[in-house]
Ligand binder design. Sequence first.
Ligand code: GDP
Ligand code: MN
Length: 377
Amino acid sequence: MKLHEYQSKQFFARYGIPIPRGRVAATASEAKHIAEELAGRVVIKAQVLVGGRGKAGGILLAKSPEEAEELATQILAMKIKGLPVRKVLVDEAANIETEIYLGITNDRTARKPVMMASSAGGVDIEEVARESPEKIARMHIDPLLGLRDYQARDIATSIDLPRDHWKVFGQIAKGLWKAYQGSDATLAEINPLVITADNKLLAVDGKMVLDDNALFRHPDLEEMRDLDIEAPSEIEARKYGLSFIKLDGDIGCMVNGAGLAMTTMDIIKLFGGEPANFLDIGGGASSEKVAAALRIILNDPNVKALLFNIFGGITRGDEVARGILAALEVIQTDVPMIIRLVGTNAEEGMQILADAEMITAETLADAAKKSVAAAGA
Ligand code: GDP
Ligand code: MN
């Protein structure tokens, strides 16, 4: 479960991390009201659960309450990466001199949490991580000992933080660790942690991802769950009992079984393709379910090929094949479909599909290669 920026920052503040004054608003007039209270320049920030809001135009500075109202109107009408903006955070604007990145996540390989920091924080941190990873300092944290003072100092040195900020930085780093550990988080991140013109450290942005399996221990955090946040295609999928997660690639995947779906995505990547989604149509998929899944996958304009990988156990191959053809009677599409069927009645199913002039594949590797080729064509 992800927390919104305003929720993350309020949570951080409980652990002594300095955050700007401000409040969240659902309407432009509320935003104006908050700006009047704050008296001065404010920043209006879209509260959506995706990164890159700044680059998408969802973070704007306002000089007056009137301008705050105007910009809030504008932002509340936006969609960012497909998500409608339903709330804005109105914060006292910071005069930013330096943007630092500070985050904690789990390092599964090391089986320990790791703190990461960089003096090149801000909206381009992904690019920094990709192109100059040496600019990101890393420090593993022993979960039993917690973040030690010397470790916080080490990190401050690694990112060339001026010495007069070490003490407060240490408090912030330890506060972030306590927030992370105390909430069973899988990510706690401040980007940017800024040095202001009056030489203070301030957490301007905040992000937290909590472990769903531990939420029962944190009913107060569970209450913060925002039900408005899922991609529309994911909500639609749930109506039909499909497990669907939208991704950024161009090869749609229709698979029965979660493990098989993961394998399918891995093999697509192995042959140089990018999956457009995760989809498990479940056992005993009816043609109605197959049709719904097809509609949801093909609704994504990025999809250039569609790979069916069906293992016939409870689901019979011929039934799936008829389901696919029935669905294609109502859905018009030029997207090439590659089908691999094995298991119960696979031969009958493949015959039905071959007769309908669909691309069939004997093995999963073959199907993945054909899909990558079709998407690239
Ligand atoms: P993100 O794009 O979703 O990560 O949103 P952030 O809250 O990190 O804001 C993006 C960028 O907007 C920051 O890196 C800052 O450069 C800028 N920004 C955010 N808040 C303020 C502020 O109060 N004052 C100023 N001057 N810039 C801000
Ligand atoms: Mn940010």
